[in-house]
Write a new protein. Sequence first.
Lengths: 300, 126
Amino acid sequence: MGNDDKLIASLEAFLTNDVETLKENVEKLIKDYTRKSKRLDKIIHQSDKQQRELLELNEELERTYEELDEYKNHLEEKVEEGISEIKGLNVEIEDTQKEVVFTMGAIGESRSKETGNHVKRVAEYSKILALAYGMDEAEAEMLKQASPMHDIGKIAIPDAILNKPGRFDEAEFEHMKRHAELGYEMLRHSSRTLLKAAATVAYEHHEKWAGGGYPRNIKGEEIHIYGRITAVADVFDALGSDRCYKKAWDDESILSLFKEERGRQFDPKLVDLFFENLDAIMDVREQYRDLFTDENPQKG
Amino acid sequence: METLTIPASKYTPEIELNAEQNTITIKGKSYPENTFDFYAPVMSWLQSYFEQDKLPKTTVNMEIIYFNSSSSKLFFDLFDLFEEAQDDGKEITVNWYYDAENESAEEAGEDFKEDFEAMDFNIIKK
């Protein structure tokens, strides 16, 4: 029975003075009203509670967004800091590498009482020739860094031979020649491009274009371009310097030797490039010339 | 009777009224733009369903995450319908599922259970 029916039944009972039915129907109406009224309270309470929970969730979400935003800004800062730190470290690593390589070359030279400037000059001559030959800046720069290590194998040659005044006998010369292979052995195990290049330079800088060089007696383009370039740079500088076994040559004699050895000891193309770039090469020699004072007397 | 399926939308729950398995499932949020229009086919399906003779036990599974006040009013009407069917001799079990973190869903289940004390009404934490 619906509420309307109950209400009608109650009215009929009232009009007919049927007290029992009236009482029964009014009680039903009140019971029903009470239940519905409680439901309304529950619906309102449920709605309020959900609204509050949703509000809390919303606030939490906003807080999360703010935190995320802050984190994002902070992250960008951190990433930038990190990148600049990495860049700094990279520069430091590169500088350290250059210094180590250069120092290694200088150690080889100091053992034979040659000056540190020799390796600097050989480095610069090598780069000039590399660029003239057509290498790009990066490769020419790498050769510049690798070429100072050409004599690193000399650290394994006994002082008595290395610093002997005058000419070597045949056994001593054979021993001395081993420095090329020794240098190669020292460097060849590295996977670094620079050290690999240095290994090649150490191994092949005494080979000759027409053959007859050492250690392998290879010729022409069998000799790596790094070896051919360093050979020109090293000989040019060695001839112009005093050594324990000889005096420096004058420029005229040096240049005429290069002309003579074009296509014999040296790659003819490199000799041509050497003469084409002679001004730049002489500038380097001037810039890094050996200075001898009383405090720093020439030895050997 | 055909099964009535209404897929969930952004504001309305997923509904499946299955006359073969005798299950009634309402799951999700309930914020219809017009609640009574939205649930009208559900109510009329249920009325026809409970008019059947020799109905096996019917299981009602409800998992309502959040709902608006008109949905709450409608759920009371829905349970009224179940109560009438039970008075008419039909066997019905209601399972009200709620997530442990959803306090309002738990409380709402308790509200309905309290109102329909003659019904087999289970409040189940997921």
